[in-house]
Design a protein around this ligand. Structure first.
Ligand SMILES: NC(=O)c1ccc[n+]([C@@H]2O[C@H](COP(=O)([O-])OP(=O)(O)OC[C@H]3O[C@@H](n4cnc5c(N)ncnc54)[C@H](OP(=O)(O)O)[C@@H]3O)[C@@H](O)[C@H]2O)c1
Length: 244
């Protein structure tokens, strides 16, 4: 595969990129921190042997999306897979206190991510198809007290990805929506770990398998598929009482 990844400097994006590099996929990294991009590219080159190019791309600066993807196209000679793991997280009470932070999170996790995906989608379908794999969240499956705003953005993102899958699969675009439950990364540092929390390195093979098979939705770690089945079906009266 020839893969462009936005978010490979840390967490699940980094673990997935390492897995791809190790099996010989060609990679191009997009991100907002040039030093972190360089460090990640060197690490991936050491693993896979092939040169790994990078380009600046900040989800808060949509005017740069086209140029970043064009740089990837030039470096890889076209690409067939785009992965987006980049996103912001903040606890609900912090977002309620900080109006600007909540606007930023909603912008980055919903509007800007979709704008980036649209740019990637046009290029993938223009090249005959490929795979767009985007990390959403189980937080988007039900309105829940600790993730009212973050979950709303992820719900919108999941909905968008489902629509893309319905509209473009017959034209060769496979959309893979990854729904992590709780995974131990910088994003969740300091939060209480619920049961069935996962590690980035353990979930990466499952995400890669979903990309290879073009699965429209994948839950990681796997038990979250069943946990969310229960949570989606809980009556509102219970959801108002519980704290999760
Ligand atoms: N961890 C979980 O439990 C969990 C649960 C559900 C869903 N998710 C979702 O899974 C995905 C990956 O999460 P993670 O835990 O691996 O996150 P992470 O370790 O915090 O890594 C986040 C990545 O996003 C990048 N990023 C953040 N803001 C950006 C921006 N404005 N422009 C470009 N890149 C930006 C970061 O780049 P820098 O290195 O430059 O900061 C980093 O590479 C996210 O979409 C997250 O919402 C995570």
């Amino acid at each position: 595969m020839k893969v462009v990844i936005l978010g490979a400097t840390r967490g699940m994006g980094r673990a997935l990129a390492r897995k791809m590099a190790a099996r010989g996929d060609r990679l191009f990294l997009l991100g907002r921190d040039r030093n972190a991009l360089d460090r990640s590219a060197q690490d991936l080159k050491a693993l896979g042997g092939a040169e790994v190019g990078t380009s600046h791309c900040d989800l808060e600066q949509p005017d740069g999306f086209a140029a970043a993807l064009a740089a990837a196209e030039t470096a890889l000679g076209g690409f067939d897979t785009v992965v987006v793991t980049a996103a912001l997280f903040a606890p609900q009470d912090e977002l309620e206190r900080d109006h600007l932070l909540s606007r930023r999170l909603l912008d980055v996790n919903f509007t800007r991510t979709i704008e980036f995906c649209e740019e990637a989608r046009r290029r993938l379908t223009g090249g005959g198809g490929g795979t767009l794999c985007v990390f959403s969240s189980v937080a988007g499956e039900r309105g829940r007290k600790p993730v009212v705003l973050y979950g709303a953005a992820k719900a919108g993102l999941s909905h968008y990805l489902e629509g893309l899958d319905h509209k473009f699969r017959s034209m060769g675009l496979k959309t893979v929506c990854v729904k992590p439950g709780f995974v131990k990364t910088d994003m969740t540092a300091g939060l209480d770990r619920p049961p069935f929390s996962g590690e980035p390195e353990k979930i990466a093979p499952r995400v890669l398998r979903a990309i290879d098979r073009g699965r429209p939705v994948v839950y990681v770690p796997p038990p979250w598929r069943w946990i969310m089945l229960v949570i989606r079906n809980l009556p509102r009266a219970i959801m108002r009482k519980v704290g999760f």
